[in-house]
Design a protein around this ligand. Sequence first.
Ligand code: FES
Length: 100
Amino acid sequence: MAQHKIAKISDIPEGQGKTFTVEGQEVAVFNKGGQFFAIDNTCIHKGGSLGEGSLEDETVTCPLHGWQYNITDGKCLANPEAKLNTFTVTVENDEVCLEI
Ligand code: FES
């Protein structure tokens, strides 16, 4: 595991997500009220990019067909047995860092 500086805080506006490729993995990072969360970017339905989904509270909605995931634990709301990986996000000064 290593920490990777991926963005400035201002690069990920509140209530939005963004996709980053770190160590070959696509990760969606979200800013929920100033707190940052990260999950796998790839929707398990048909590969939609969750970093481009819409965020409401702790729920991101896939832009392709609307599957929803909790960004804090990666769980799929439609299929509780399906879960995306989550990643630790820290903020140092104004830098957002991802642990992978
Ligand atoms: S690819 Fe995400 S809902 Fe279909």
